[in-house]
Design a protein around this ligand. Structure first.
Ligand code: ADP
Ligand code: MG
Length: 334
């Protein structure tokens, strides 16, 4: 069960403050298909992001199974997103250099599931959305509708309780839109689906509840839900967010390999510092050596000579003694 209580969200830019959500209060049932309608800029995406924990609200409260999220830390939000939420975006957000099987699998890597099971589950999820024979294609080799179905498979792979979809048919033609909506309706049979859409016809045809939003406020709700009257569901135990070291290493290596040129450039740029220091050390050593050699060469043409010479110190000492005698006599007479 999900409940928004007086949620406010502002975006502050240099010139002015944009109120995106203005005290929104809304509760969702555990199992329904909610369509959120509203003109562009009315705060639909902001609301979805707040619900999904992608964006933080300024005031109000978001209750998950009756538990306040006010004291949630980053770790709690990670666990919430990872365990309970599946996202479907208008622009699919697939990774272009990975096959669609790998794209779907990626959503499982953070849950610490082993490689073989990941592959198996990803394959099943893709079969469920009717893409069984395309698993080894890259996103660019698919149509928009197919890409959106991959995104839905990815959102479902963790078996989330809530699926959030932001204009999932926004970039699709009407026939493919209907296919995607059929799929979402199927998804909504045993979970909560909240879908933002621009298309009221599709919303009225498929959704079980329509919420209208304008200027960050709810203007209409076709089937409001009163939390006080509803039985509360037990909170599910949370799964840990983790990724094995080998998986992380493998993913980064693959990422590096797909951008060979960039990797080489970065490595070169990084090595410039080291090369610079090495060059300076080499130069200073060379110059030192050179100076030493020049000194040796120059001095060797003026050989050091030692000659024997005598000084008669006793005569100098004698002269000194006579002068002293004279002065002492002067002192005595005065
Ligand atoms: P919708 O999805 O209904 O088109 P949004 O939720 O994206 O609307 O945006 C609601 C309002 O908040 C808009 O006026 C938009 O300009 C503003 N807004 C959204 N995101 C940001 C942001 N990151 N920074 C500043 N303003 C934003
Ligand atoms: Mg939007």
């Amino acid at each position: 069960m999900l409940e928004l209580k007086g949620i406010c969200k502002r975006y502050v830019t240099q010139s002015f403050t944009q109120v995106a959500l203005d005290s929104v209060s809304l509760a969702f049932r555990d199992n329904e298909f909610v369509a959120i309608l509203g003109p562009s800029g009315s705060g639909k995406t902001t609301m979805l992001n707040v619900i999904g924990g992608l964006d933080h609200f300024d005031s109000g409260d978001l209750l998950i199974d009756g538990i306040s999220t006010k004291d949630f830390r980053d770790r709690d939000w990670d666990a919430y997103r990872n365990n309970r939420i599946g996202f479907v975006f208008q622009s699919y957000n697939l990774i272009p250099h990975q096959t669609i099987l790998e794209n779907v699998e990626l959503a499982l890597t953070l849950t610490g599931v082993g490689h073989a099971e990941r592959r198996q589950r990803a394959r099943e999820a893709l079969e469920k959305v009717g893409l069984g024979e395309h698993v080894n294609k890259r996103p660019s080799q698919l149509s928009g509708g197919q890409m959106q179905r991959v995104a839905i498979a990815r959102a479902l792979i963790n078996d989330p309780e809530i699926v959030l979809a932001d204009e999932p048919t926004g970039a699709l033609d009407s026939t493919t839109s209907v296919q995607v909506m059929d799929l979402l309706k199927d998804v909504a049979r045993d979970r909560l689906v909240i879908m933002v859409t621009h298309n009221p016809e599709l919303a009225y045809q498929y959704a079980t509840r329509i919420v209208n939003l304008a200027d960050g406020k709810i203007t209409d709700d076709s089937d409001p839900f009163d939390v006080a009257k509803a039985a509360r569901r037990e909170a599910k135990p949370t799964r840990k967010t983790s990724m094995s070291f080998v998986t992380a290493l493998g993913l980064s290596a693959r990422n590096l390999m797909t951008k060979k040129g960039r990797t080489a450039m970065t490595a070169f740029a990084g090595s410039i510092g080291i090369i610079g220091i090495a060059a300076i050390l080499a130069l200073s050593n060379g110059v030192n050596g050179y100076i030493k050699k020049v000194e040796e060469d120059t001095l060797s043409s003026y050989p050091l000579t030692i000659s024997k010479q005598d000084y008669d110190l006793s005569s100098m000492m004698g002269g000194q003694g006579a002068a002293d005698d004279g002065s002492s006599e002067n002192v005595d007479s005065s």
